[in-house]
Ligand binder design. Structure first.
Ligand code: NAI
Ligand code: XMP
Ligand code: K
Length: 519
C-alpha cells in the first residue's frame, strides 16, 4: 500500500492569490476596459478612488484647447446658434475657457460677433439701446432692462454717442411726444473698452457714477455699459481666475466654419477679426472636403490653430493628424440634441470615443476636445480622465444668461430655446450659407429643437462646476489634467462598467420626493 503524505495533498490544492496581487487586479485599466467591443457612455463607466495627498485648492485645471492655445479651465462653448455669440464668448474667455462662434449666419454677422467679443475686456456684455435725437420715446417699456437709451447720429451703434436719456429723465419730461433732442443729456463720461473690470469699477466708485459706457478707442463705437448695480452683482459671484487672453491682451475667441469653397472667403474675414482658433465643423471629419480645408488653412494661415473633427475612431483621427491639425473634436451622436446615431447608424459611445481618439492624439501632442453629452460635473471628470484636454458643451450652457435668445415660460418654468445645428429649423435658417440655397436637395434632420431650463450666469455656475470637478480629481488622486492622463495611461486608474442597477444606485433613489441643488 502507498501512503501519501498529508503535506503533499495540501500542496496540490490551488494556492489562494496573494492579497497584494488581487488588489492590483481590482477593476480594469482603460486599455482593457475599452478593448472588449462595447461602446461605453460616460454613465456606463465609474472610476475607483485613488489616494488623496493634496487639498482641492492644490488642483490645477489649466489645460490646452489645441497645440498653441492654453486655457485656465477645460471648458469650451459649442459653435451652435443657441449657444455661442458675443456674450458667451466673452463670459467663457473671462472664466479662462473659450467660446467658438457658430457660422449659421452671414459672414458679416459672424465677423461682427467676433469683433464685439474681442472689443470686451470685462466679463459681461450689456444689452445696449440706441436711438437718434429725432426719435420719440413713448413708453417706459422701451428702456427694457437698461438704465438708459444712448443717442447717436444714426440711431444705431455705428456712429458716435451724442447723449443719453435715463428713465428718470424721461419720466420727468411731461410731453411724451417730444423729440429726444429736447431733453437728452450731453455725452456721458466714457472709458476705453480695453480697460479691465477693476479699473472700470474703481472709476465708477471714485466718481460716484450710475454707469459708464465703454467705447472702442479705434472706431469710437460703444461696446458695453457698466452700471453701479453690475459692481454689486459681480461681488456676489465667485472670484474669477485667470482670463483667456491672447498676446494682444484681448479675449481669446474661436470660430467655426464648414468645408465649402465659400468658407474660405468667410475665414478671410474671421482671420481679419483676429480669431485665435478655428474649428472645422462637421459631424464626420474624415472626409476629402475636410482634408482639403485643413491643407488650405495650414498653407494660408500657418499661425492659426486648426481643430479638426468630429471623429470617434483612431483611424479617423490619424487621417486628420497627418494633415497637421492642432486639436481634435471628438463625438458623434452623443450630444443631447443629436439624432445622428438614430438616423445614420453611425457614431460611438462617448467614453469609448474619447478614450480611443485621445490614445492616438496624445502620441502626437494633439489635445482632444470631448464634444457632447456633458450634463454634469461627473461627466467632465470622466471626459478629462479618459484623455480629453477640454470638454465642449452645448446643453450645459444653453440655459445661461449668456446664451443667445430670450427666456420664455413653459408650464411655469423659465427656459431658453436650444436646437441642434442639424435640426430642420437650424438648417433652414442657415440654408443660404451652408446649403448654397439648394432647395432642390432633400434635407434630412440629424438634430432636434428643444429647450433648456434657466441656469443663471455662466460666471456663477461654471466656477461651481469647476470646484466639483476638482473634488472628483482629488478623489482620483489627480492633481491636474496632465496627472489624470498619466494615471490613465500608466494603468493606475481603475475603471469598471456599472450595471443598470449600479447606475440606479449611483443616482438618487428610493425617496418620495427631493430637490437637487448643487450649490
Ligand atoms: N457631433 C455630432 O454628432 C453632429 C454634429 N452635427 C452638427 O450639425 C452641423 C452640420 O453637420 P454636417 O451635416 O455634418 O455638416 P457638413 O457641412 O460637414 O456636411 C453636410 C453635407 O455636405 C457635404 N459637404 C461638405 N463639404 C462639401 C464640399 N466641399 N463639397 C461637397 N459636399 C460637401 C458633406 O459630405 C455632407 O453630406 C454641424 O454644426 C455639426 O457640428 C450634426 C450631426 C452630428
Ligand atoms: O447629431 C447632432 N445633430 C445636431 O443637430 C447637432 N448640433 C450640434 N451637435 C453636436 O452636439 C454637441 C452638443 O451636445 P450637448 O448638448 O450634449 O452638449 C455639439 O457641440 C455638436 O457636436 C449635433 N449633433
Ligand atoms: K444623442
Amino acid at each position: 500500500m502507498v501512503v501519501i503524505p498529508l503535506t503533499l495533498v495540501l500542496i496540490d490544492k490551488p494556492n489562494p492569490k496573494p492579497l497584494a496581487a488581487a488588489m492590483n487586479d481590482e477593476g480594469f485599466p482603460g486599455e482593457r476596459l475599452f478593448n472588449q467591443g462595447y461602446s461605453y457612455t460616460y454613465n456606463d463607466v465609474i472610476f475607483h478612488p485613488g489616494y488623496i495627498d493634496f487639498p482641492t485648492d492644490g488642483i490645477n485645471l489649466s489645460t490646452k484647447l489645441s497645440r498653441n492655445i492654453p486655457l485656465s479651465i477645460p471648458c469650451v462653448a459649442s459653435p451652435m446658434d443657441t449657444v455661442t455669440e458675443t456674450s458667451m464668448a466673452v463670459g467663457m474667455a473671462a472664466l479662462g475657457g473659450i467660446g467658438i462662434v457658430h457660422y449659421n449666419n452671414t459672414v458679416s454677422q459672424q465677423a461682427s460677433i467676433i469683433h464685439n467679443a474681442k472689443s470686451h475686456r470685462i466679463p459681461f456684455n450689456a444689452d445696449l439701446l440706441f436711438a437718434s435725437s429725432n426719435d420719440t420715446i413713448h413708453s417706459i417699456d422701451e428702456f427694457a432692462n437698461s438704465p438708459c437709451i444712448f443717442v447717436t447720429e444714426s440711431g444705431n451703434n455705428d456712429s458716435k454717442i451724442l447723449g443719453f436719456v435715463t428713465k428718470s429723465n424721461w419720466e420727468k419730461w411731461s410731453n411724451k411726444e417730444a423729440r429726444i433732442s429736447d431733453y437728452m443729456n450731453n455725452s456721458p463720461i466714457t472709458l476705453p473698452s480695453s480697460d479691465n473690470f477693476e479699473d472700470v469699477a474703481g472709476f465708477i466708485a471714485s466718481k460716484n457714477l450710475d454707469f459708464v459706457p465703454l467705447v472702442n478707442e479705434k472706431d469710437g463705437q460703444m461696446v458695453n455699459l457698466v452700471t453701479a448695480a453690475d459692481l454689486e452683482r459681480i461681488k456676489s459671484l465667485p472670484k474669477l481666475g485667470l482670463p483667456s487672453l491672447g498676446k494682444d491682451g484681448k479675449f481669446l475667441v474661436g470660430a467655426a466654419v464648414g468645408t465649402r469653397e465659400s468658407d474660405k472667403k468667410r475665414l478671410e474675414h474671421l482671420v481679419k477679426e483676429g480669431i485665435n482658433a478655428l474649428v472645422i465643423d462637421s459631424s464626420q471629419g474624415n472626409s476629402l472636403y475636410q482634408i482639403d480645408m485643413i491643407k488650405y488653412v495650414k498653407n494660408t494661415y500657418p499661425h492659426l490653430d486648426v481643430i479638426g473633427g468630429n471623429v470617434v475612431t483612431m483611424y479617423q483621427a490619424e487621417n486628420l493628424i497627418k494633415q497637421g491639425v492642432d486639436g481634435l473634436r471628438v463625438g458623434m451622436g452623443s450630444g443631447s440634441i443629436c439624432t445622428t446615431q438614430e438616423v445614420c447608424a453611425v457614431g460611438r459611445g462617448q467614453a469609448t470615443a474619447v478614450y480611443k481618439v485621445s490614445s492616438i492624439a496624445e502620441q502626437h501632442g494633439v489635445p482632444v476636445i470631448a464634444d457632447g453629452g456633458i450634463s454634469n460635473s461627473g461627466h467632465i471628470v470622466k471626459a478629462l480622465s479618459l484623455g480629453a484636454s477640454t470638454v465642449m458643451m452645448g446643453s450645459f450652457l444653453a440655459g445661461s444668461n449668456e446664451a443667445p435668445g430670450t427666456y420664455v415660460y413653459q408650464n411655469g418654468v423659465r427656459m431658453k430655446k436650444y436646437r441642434g445645428m442639424g435640426s430642420l429649423e437650424a438648417m433652414t435658417k442657415g440654408s443660404d450659407a451652408r446649403y448654397l440655397g439648394d432647395t432642390a436637395k432633400l434635407k434630412i434632420a440629424q438634430g432636434v429643437v428643444g429647450s433648456v431650463a434657466d441656469k443663471g450666469s455662466v460666471l456663477k455656475f461654471v466656477p461651481y462646476t469647476m470646484q466639483a470637478v476638482k473634488q472628483g480629481f482629488q478623489d482620483l488622486g489627480a492633481s491636474s489634467v496632465q496627472s489624470a492622463h498619466h494615471l490613465l495611461r500608466s494603468g493606475e486608474l481603475r475603471l469598471e462598467v456599472r450595471t443598470g442597477a449600479a447606475q440606479v444606485e449611483g443616482g438618487v433613489h428610493g425617496l418620495v420626493g427631493y430637490e437637487k441643488k448643487y450649490f
